[in-house]
Structures are given as structure tokens and as C-alpha cells.
Design a binder for this molecule. Structure first.
Ligand SMILES: Cc1ncc(COP(=O)(O)O)c(C=O)c1O
Length: 350
């Protein structure tokens, strides 16, 4: 059920210590934002609803439930030490949602509507944005096809909504495993879209990886089973012996906003050589001195071990490396307005 959010009513008190030991978990806050699209109305004006106890009503025939028209985004609002609330490259998330929607023949929300939604959610829930050392406010914009359909075809009705939850600093593990006989995506498939189905394909490999003591699977390309693609929810980087920073080229991987930011910081702030190209697992195991994965949730987490073909292989000296740490610190400081942002990435919303 949906109840309109009334900002003039008093809010329920926050539990003492709500921001201690935050995890990466779904929690209800004060308000979330939702709108609909139909061919007759186009995008209706969106509005805020009560988040507590909110449920969506869907037809049992809704397209998303079996033909899988569901795409989403993940982004963070952060509280700076100066007390402002900022977003990081939010228009890039809006554009990526539109690209994901286009791949799945869905109605893409305009960038301005996306910005209105995320800004409204952050402002209405400002009290849930933790202090920078305690975590951040994770935002999840979602687009789903809701028309009841029976034959395979695109929905003619969509819901676009945005909710958010306070989350703690991500505790990423540093051990990855390349599993045989499983791929995340194929050439010309949907790997570059942030489509819900891509994550469904990763759940079993992720479960196996965790049972074996690794934080996640590292996927190889589906054509030759040689070239690194990415993780379930993060992009991969290696630093080679000659100092080159390498990340797999775009194609069937998600074009990560953190990935692009790390490439830009490495090239333009540090003057390093950073390339996007095919990167084989053999090259990483024989020539990498550092490796790490990046994403909105993971930020930047070092990789110290990769399991491949029956053996654990240490990366470099098997410890987190200095250049990964430099990149992580620079990204963090830019996001918190504590380092120059010549690219205009940080957007103040409150
Ligand atoms: C499959 C996948 N790759 C990469 C990323 C990293 O993308 P971004 O840096 O835009 O969060 C994510 C997470 O959002 C992801 O789900």
C-alpha cells in the first residue's frame, strides 16, 4: 500500500545509535518517490510516499515478473564534514538508466525527472544520511514494466521509483575465484545494462564462491573464457609490473561510474598510464603487482588472491598495494569535497 508522505507531520524518532555499525542492508526510512508512465499520460508528476510499510501493487501478469523488464541504478548521497549532502556524478547514473532501459525496450525516464526524484528522496530523508565516517545513504532508482502481458513483448506501462537506505562502509573481501563453466554475460547480450536478470545469473556463482571462502566470482569472457570481465557488482583493475593501470574494455561489462572516475583520476590527477583493453587472467596472474575492484558499494577494494584452475595465486606480494590506496583516498576526498574536483562530479543537494 502507498500512503502519500506529508512533510508537515512529525517524524517518528530515530532509534538511539541508528548510525552505529550500519550494514549494507535494506531498511525503511521516511519517504520514497514514485511515478508511472502510460502511453496516454507519459510520465506523471512524481511524488513522495511514506517508506515505512510501503508495498507496491502489481498485476500477477506484470511484465517484470517473468519477461524481466527491470533495470535499476545504485548511487550514494554522502554527508561532507562541512555538513553538506552531496551526490557523485548523478547525471551519469540517469544516463546509464536510460541506456539500460533502451536495451530492454523500456520507456526511459528523462534525466531531469531522475534528478528530481533522487534530490527529493535525499532531502526528505536528510536525517538518515550518516556522518562520513559512519557510512552513506545508498539510493536505488528502479524502473519496471508493470503492464500485464502474456505474449513476449515490451510493457506499455512502467513504474519508476527511488528509495534509499543508510549503509555502512563496505567490508569487501580481497579473495576472488574464477569459476569454470559459468559466465555473467555474452558478447552483444545485456551485460552492459544494469538489468535485474544479470544479477540473477550471478547468484549461484556468488553463492559457490562464498561457500569456498572467496568474496565473489571473477567472470571471464564467454567467447574465449580467457579475458577478465568483472565481478557480480564491481569492475576490475590491475596494475602491471611496468606501472600501467589496466581495466577490461567496455562491451559486455557494466560501464561503471567508479571505473570511469578511477581511470580519469589516474590519468589526469596522477599522470599515470591507464588503459582499457583485453586483460587475460594469465596476464594478471603473471604480471600484476596490484589488483582491485571498484563500484559505488565497494568503492575500491584490493584483491590479494585470485583462485584459478585449482590454485590460489597471490597478486604481487599478497598484500593490499600502495597505488590502490592512493586511488581510493583520492576518490574518497573528491567525493567529500576535500580535494579539487575539476570535472564537476560532485553535486550538492542539501
Ligand atoms: C555488474 C556491476 N559492475 C560494476 C559496477 C560498478 O558500477 P558503479 O561504479 O557505477 O557503481 C556495479 C555496481 O554498481 C555492478 O553492478
Amino acid at each position: 500500500m502507498l500512503r502519500p508522505f506529508d512533510p508537515t507531520l512529525p517524524l517518528p524518532p530515530q532509534a538511539a545509535g541508528w548510525d552505529e555499525n550500519l550494514r549494507f542492508a535494506y531498511t525503511e526510512v521516511d519517504a520514497f518517490w514514485l511515478t508511472r508512465w502510460t502511453p496516454e499520460t507519459g510520465w506523471e508528476p512524481g511524488r513522495l510516499y511514506e517508506h515505512r510499510g510501503a508495498t507496491l501493487e502489481l498485476s500477477p501478469g506484470a511484465n517484470v515478473l517473468y519477461y524481466g523488464q527491470g533495470v535499476f541504478e545504485g548511487m550514494k548521497a554522502r554527508r561532507t564534514r562541512a555538513g553538506k549532502i552531496v551526490l557523485f556524478r548523478p547525471r551519469d547514473n540517469a544516463r546509464r538508466l536510460r541506456a539500460s532501459a533502451a536495451r530492454l525496450a523500456m520507456e526511459p525516464p528523462p534525466v531531469d525527472l531522475f534528478m528530481e526524484a533522487v534530490t527529493a528522496v535525499v532531502r526528505a530523508n536528510a536525517r538518515w544520511v550518516p556522518a562520513p565516517e559512519k557510512g552513506s545513504f545508498y539510493l536505488r532508482p528502479v524502473l519496471i514494466g508493470t503492464e500485464p502481458v502474456l505474449g513476449v513483448r515490451p510493457s506499455q506501462e512502467y513504474l519508476f521509483y527511488v528509495f534509499g537506505c543508510p549503509v555502512g562502509p563496505y567490508m569487501g573481501g580481497d579473495r576472488l575465484i574464477v569459476l569454470s563453466g559459468v559466465h555473467r554475460s555474452a558478447p552483444y547480450g545485456t551485460g552492459a545494462a544494469k538489468a535485474a536478470g544479470n544479477y540473477a545469473a550471478c547468484l549461484r556463482p556468488q553463492k559457490i564462491a562464498r561457500e569456498l571462502g572467496y568474496v565473489d566470482a571473477l567472470y571471464l569472457d564467454a567467447r574465449e573464457d580467457r579475458y577478465i570481465e568483472e565481478l557480480t557488482g564491481a569492475n576490475f583493475f590491475a596494475i602491471l609490473r611496468d606501472g600501467t593501470l589496466v581495466t577490461p574494455a567496455l562491451g559486455s561489462i557494466l560501464p561503471g561510474i567508479t571505473r570511469d572516475s578511477i581511470l580519469t583520476i589516474a590519468r589526469e590527477a596522477f599522470g599515470w598510464i591507464a588503459v582499457e583493453r583485453k586483460l587475460s587472467i594469465d596476464e594478471v596472474l603473471s604480471d600484476a603487482v596490484e589488483a582491485f575492484y571498484v563500484g559505488t558499494a565497494a568503492v575500491l577494494s584490493p584483491v590479494t588472491v585470485i583462485h584459478y584452475q585449482g590454485a590460489d595465486h597471490p597478486i604481487g606480494d599478497g598484500k593490499p598495494g600502495p597505488r590502490a590506496r592512493m586511488l581510493r583516498q583520492a576518490l574518497d576526498e573528491i567525493q567529500l569535497q576535500e580535494r579539487p574536483d575539476p570535472w564537476g562530479w560532485v553535486v550538492e543537494v542539501a
